[in-house]
Design a protein around this ligand. Structure first.
Ligand SMILES: *Cc1c(COP(=O)(O)O)cnc(C)c1O
Length: 419
């Protein structure tokens, strides 16, 4: 690897996925100042196809009114089913294990209604200490809902003193000591702050060995790293579609329920008509008869416009191929890492794991002795990245639309700001 613009451009010229950038609307900024967008971990960019797919549904709504449920080009009644195969491939699940519905935090609650079944003695939940706040609020409120103290009930899997990353051995230790009291392991598959990707299979096996249910939040994993959910074997997983999955702000989330629970009608669940047997759904008077698999957890008829955006994005993913994307992603992030190391600056510390298996495309860069002002300057220099207090910048070159030149240019601009 070389620290030159021409080297970065050569990598782009040799990149078999480079042309996918043209399929996206990449923000260019005002006054002709070029922007470097490295925030796909927060909001993925818009595929050009999205507008076309949305327009199709608007047209069909105009043309058919309510009859669009059956007569639209892509009938709305089974619309979510058009997404299942591609979404299942992205998370390595069987189609009947996946459904797109609601949003992430809502799905997390619905999954905990079913898979967090505490008893008086086995009621605790384990989560990584730097979990996303919404996930923690959901878990604490579930603990309270079941009459437990949320401080006592939530066990944090923490990095050791002076370290940034969580060690699997420490989770083993927690399980050894308190496994009898733990009902659920609920872990972010890829931590939003450090970018650390956890060993999902080992965590699942550990949890199950101690009689716990296991769930993952794939918000920073889906579309970034292949979690192979069916094989990995957690009881459930939830994710959103607006980060690496490029489906638009606040778009619907994904939900996975492992096949082993597909027909389990002993589980608690909060039900709604869309989870009911399709054959009798419109008879309206039947007792609730859950659909088999993840679809049985649906509540409402879904927003088709949001689904159309997801369908557009998934079509782009399917065309690119997930393995190709991951391959490029490792190179692109590896190049970013190389350039940051080349800066040879003691104040720069990459807290994301160095090991490729333990990270996705994001690098979390700690800038010691810096404050938010530095991020403001970086933004003024045309870099769209993300600042986390006290001193971390998160950048995530997304393999679908970011280039090696983007990465090179980012480090150049960072260098100028640091001077
Ligand atoms: C982005 C993100 C969320 C957001 O939740 P919504 O319900 O979609 O608003 C939740 N958890 C994690 C880990 C996230 O990264």
């Amino acid at each position: 690897m070389k620290n030159t613009l021409s080297y970065a451009q050569k990598c782009d010229a040799e990149d078999p996925l480079a042309h996918f950038r043209q399929q996206f609307l990449v923000p260019t900024g005002t006054d002709g100042k070029s922007l470097i967008y490295l925030c796909g971990n927060s909001l993925g960019l818009q595929p050009r196809l999205t507008q076309e797919y949305l327009q199709q549904e608007l047209n069909d709504w105009a043309k058919h009114g309510v009859e669009g449920h059956t007569d639209a080009e892509n009938p709305w009644l089974p619309y979510h089913e058009f997404l299942t195969k591609n979404m299942a491939a992205i998370v390595g699940a069987k189609p009947n294990e996946v459904v797109i519905m609601n949003t992430l935090t809502t799905n997390l609650h619905l999954m905990m209604v079913s898979f967090y079944q505490p008893t008086k003695t086995k009621y605790k939940i384990v989560v990584e200490s730097d979990a996303f706040p919404s996930d923690k609020y959901a878990m604490e409120s579930q603990l309270k809902f079941h009459g437990f103290d949320s401080k006592d009930g939530l066990i944090l899997w923490k990095p050791r003193k002076g370290e940034e990353l969580c060690r699997f051995e420490d989770l083993e230790e927690i399980m050894k000591e308190q496994g009898d009291e733990i009902a659920l392991l609920m872990i972010g598959s890829t931590n939003y702050y450090t970018g650390q990707h956890f060993p999902l299979k080992k965590i699942t096996e550990l949890g199950h060995k101690h009689g716990c249910k296991v769930g993952f939040d794939l918000a920073h994993g889906a579309g970034n790293i292949q979690p192979n959910l069916h094989e990995t074997g957690p009881d459930f997983a939830v994710w959103c579609s607006y980060k690496y999955l490029n489906s638009g702000p606040g778009s619907l989330g994904g939900c996975f329920v492992h096949e082993r629970h597909a027909k389990d009608d002993t589980l608690n669940r909060f039900a709604g008509w869309w989870g009911h047997n399709k054959a009798t759904r419109f008879n309206m008077r039947h007792e609730f008869d859950a659909l088999e698999g993840a679809e049985g957890w649906q509540l409402s008829n879904p927003p088709i416009l949001s689904m159309a955006a997801i369908r557009a994005s998934l079509d782009v993913f399917a065309e690119a191929g997930f393995n190709n994307l991951r391959n490029k992603s490792e190179k692109l992030t590896g190049y970013l890492e190389f350039l940051l190391d080349e800066l040879n600056d003691d104040n720069i510390n990459i807290i994301t794991p160095r090991n490729k298996e333990a990270r996705g495309c994001q690098l979390s860069i700690q800038l010691r002795n810096a404050n938010k002002e530095l991020h403001t300057k970086l933004t003024e220099a045309g870099v769209i990245s993300d600042w986390r207090e006290p001193d971390v910048i998160r950048v995530a070159p997304a393999p679908l639309y970011n280039s090696f030149e983007d990465v090179w240019e980012f480090v150049e601009r960072l260098k100028k700001v640091l001077l």
